[in-house]
Ligand binder design. Structure first.
Ligand SMILES: NC(=O)c1ccc[n+]([C@@H]2O[C@H](COP(=O)([O-])OP(=O)(O)OC[C@H]3O[C@@H](n4cnc5c(N)ncnc54)[C@H](OP(=O)(O)O)[C@@H]3O)[C@@H](O)[C@H]2O)c1
Length: 187
């Protein structure tokens, strides 16, 4: 938690734990409408969304949402000249609490949506991680959810290592083989 805000991660991964291909693009095999509906509803409830420069949740309401764009291009914190509701944030220069304070956010979770290094940065902090898995997709040579994912370490292993425990997976699109597992931090 950060004050009243839970810290929640969101990702869709392939069976081998990848969020994108080797060029940083998301292949169709991990794009799913049920997951998109879930993500967009969660983003509407979030107080603020945190992501890197090449990651974005998209959708028709994106411009209304408060966001922090994680970057080393600013020393600490600056208004994002391309998005009125966004700030550019360098975690080495100022705290998350201070960055959020400048955005004047309302109630709701802090939603972390990637990419890999941003997901890594929040590993000690997640209260919940919402992990969608596309069981039929494989992305050899792809970009992993966390940098520690390897042929012998799954995304689930990493979350458990950081103190999060899975609830039973829920089918959100049975025909496409898409499941959603919520990992919760033990209180
Ligand atoms: N499947 C999924 O759920 C999912 C989720 C997220 C993303 N993706 C895909 O993954 C693709 C690639 O994502 P990505 O990880 O390469 O790009 P990204 O989201 O832009 O994150 C990397 C950037 O974040 C900044 N950054 C990361 N760690 C930082 C730190 N500790 N301090 C300061 N800045 C930091 C850097 O920005 P600067 O270069 O500006 O310094 C870095 O270039 C996206 O394009 C998207 O297609 C998929």
């Amino acid at each position: 938690m950060l004050g009243p805000h839970a810290i929640e991660g969101y990702a869709i991964v392939s069976a081998d734990g990848m969020i994108a291909d080797g060029d940083g693009a998301m292949p169709d095999s991990i794009h799913n409408e049920a997951d998109q509906r879930f993500l967009q509803a969660a983003m509407d409830r979030a107080a603020v969304i945190v992501h890197g420069r090449r990651s974005h949740e998209g959708g028709p309401r994106a411009a209304n949402r408060k966001r922090l764009v994680v970057t080393r291009q600013v020393p600490a914190l600056a208004a994002d000249p391309s998005q009125p509701n966004a700030s550019l944030w360098n975690p080495a220069g100022t705290s998350l609490a201070e960055a959020i304070g400048t955005l004047g956010v309302g109630p709701g979770p802090i939603a972390v949506i990637g990419g890999t290094s941003v997901f890594d940065l929040f590993l000690p902090l997640y209260d919940v991680f919402h992990l969608t898995r596309a069981a039929r997709a494989k992305i050899p040579g792809g970009q992993p959810l966390f940098s520690a994912v390897s042929p012998t370490t799954t995304a689930e292993d990493v979350l458990i290592r950081y103190g999060l425990q899975p609830s039973p997976p829920r089918d959100i699109d049975t025909a496409a083989g898409i499941t959603l597992t919520n990992f919760q931090r033990n209180q």
